[in-house]
Design a protein around this ligand. Sequence first.
Ligand SMILES: [Zn+2]
Length: 50
Amino acid sequence: MGHHVHVRLSQGLSVSADGELIEHSRCRCGATFTKVFDAEDGKPEDGARG
Ligand SMILES: [Zn+2]
C-alpha cells in the first residue's frame, strides 16, 4: 500500500448557493474530490491557475 494516483470517479453534480456547478468525484481508496465550475466563465477551477 502507499501513495497512488487517485482515480476520480464521477459521483454526480450539484449546484451551490452561488450558482456554481460542483462535480463530486471519488477514488476507490476513499478519497473524495470536488471540482467547481464557475458559472460566469465556464472554466474549471481546480486549485491552480495558470
Ligand atoms: Zn485514491
